[in-house]
Design a protein around this ligand. Structure first.
Ligand code: UD1
Length: 420
């Protein structure tokens, strides 16, 4: 197993190019199940989660290639509709194939994703919405068995909670359904917006894109023609590098980025005393005179992203005074707290609220990555630690950060990957 060794206190400088968004690529790859042509998708990050979903599609019979950030997928020869446990257990987002497979073939089996380090993460809202569209769903031996022999019908869906992959699944299912589907309380994340826009360019009429109320006019089972397109930049990777600049109090520039997707993150950094220069597709972060404590509440987009919570917790350890972070989306997304404490952070947990008192002296130690974003918080803390930090179980980082160590190295960090 690989681990990362970091020597703290190296100042960062220079620029870093942000990769395409993993969380946008995943639904867009699942969307190719709705296409009749070979689909070409550019700016796809070369990370493990993408390879996992491609493997799932290949197992179903799709032809896929992945070179230099471009994926081509042809699902024309696909006949199998069973997504096996072996793959789904390694990546929850595999559930994104449920809607497209069911709407195209009228039946499919997808393994239940099972537990997850950051909480229970059920898929009940996906299933309830598909049932409303006419699907007959049974759960058997750990699999979701879904059938709609006559195809899915448009329906009026009201999500009790905002769900990102749930919205994506239903939008894709609705694209090939009979009639019109409305979704109330839809996710408004940029990744969902891109999915809707690509479907719209492919001939599916969708109203309300970017709002909480979507209307999708289904085309009654006609496979669509999808023109080549590029994936949007990864706002969470970008936010993580902004935090790397902030925590080391360095000036660094992010290129290939979409600043409007990062408004709440930039606002928090500015509240903490960092200055950001924003251009059309680049952001430069400058050091703060004094790093101020903040209060953060995670929310659905356009609120503060839960996927940036752990990184800001690392940053808050260097702020003067007491910061609070309230996690509203996932019940157990504080696994990084004990590891940050091992490095010297002063963090108290009470239910969904973490209270961080700073500034703390961070001392290098052995720590363990627990989930994707928690791992990046440990990397950030290690950048300012006295001495050496070894971060173990970095397969979590490899799921979502492309070339993390070479990007950080190019910025001046002292970081190296080794085998246990
Ligand atoms: C997506 C992102 C993940 C991010 C999360 C929240 C991808 C691949 N992953 O995950 O990085 O942290 O959004 O921004 O895009 N819920 C239910 N029932 C359901 C579905 C969800 O109760 O059927 C709950 C979840 O447990 C959670 C909340 O709704 O508390 C939001 O989850 P959701 O938006 O579905 O997260 P994901 O789409 O899995």
């Amino acid at each position: 197993m690989d681990y990362l060794k970091l020597h703290g206190h190296a100042p960062l400088h220079g620029s870093v190019a942000i990769s395409g968004a993993k969380n946008a690529s995943l639904p867009l790859i699942a969307m190719t199940l709705l296409s009749k042509n070979t689909v070409s998708i550019g700016n796809v990050p070369e990370v493990v989660d993408i390879k996992t979903l491609l493997k799932l599609l290949q197992n179903l019979g799709a032809e896929c290639s992945f070179n230099e950030h471009r994926i081509t997928i042809n699902t024309g020869s696909l006949t199998d509709t069973k997504a096996n446990y072996d793959i789904v257990k390694t990546m929850r987002a595999s559930i994104l194939v449920l809607g497209p497979l069911l709407t195209r073939f009228g039946h499919c089996e997808v393994s239940l994703p099972g537990g997850c380090a950051i909480g229970q993460r059920p898929i009940d809202l996906h299933l309830k919405a598909l049932e409303k569209m006419g699907a007959i769903i049974t759960i058997k031996s750990g699999y979701v068995l879904a059938e709609a022999p006559e195809g899915l019908s448009g329906a009026s869906i009201v999500f009790d909670k905002i769900t990102v992959t749930g919205t994506a699944n239903i939008v894709m299912a609705a694209a090939l359904a009979r009639g019109t589907t409305t979704i109330t309380n839809a996710a408004r994340e940029p990744e969902v917006v891109q999915l809707c826009e690509v479907l719209q360019h492919s001939g599916i009429a969708i109203e309300g894109i970017g709002s909480a109320d979507l209307t999708i006019h289904g085309n009654n089972g006609t496979l669509i023609d999808i023109a080549p397109f590029d994936v949007i930049p990864d706002r969470i990777e970008a936010g993580t590098y902004l935090c790397a600049g902030a925590i080391t109090n360095s000036t660094i520039t992010l290129t290939h980025v979409e600043p409007k997707h990062l408004e709440t993150v930039i606002a928090k950094l500015e509240e903490m005393g960092f200055h950001c220069d924003i251009n059309e597709h680049s952001i430069t972060i400058h050091p703060a005179q004094q790093v101020k404590a903040v209060n953060i509440v995670t929310q659905e987009y356009p609120g503060f992203p839960t996927d940036m919570q752990a990184q800001f917790m690392a940053l808050c350890t260097q702020a003067e005074g007491t910061s609070t972070i309230e996690e509203r989306l996932f019940e157990n997304r504080f696994m990084h707290v004990s590891e940050l404490q091992r490095l010297g952070a002063d963090i108290k947990l009470s239910g969904h609220i973490a209270t961080i008192t700073g500034p703390s002296k961070i001392s290098g130690s052995d720590v363990m990555a627990t989930d994707l974003r928690a791992s990046s918080a440990l990397v950030l803390a290690a950048l300012i630690a006295d001495g050496e930090t070894d971060i173990h179980r970095i397969y979590h980082l490899d799921r979502g950060y492309e070339k993390l160590e070479s990007k950080l190295k190019a910025l001046g960090a002292v970081i190296q990957r080794s085998k246990e």
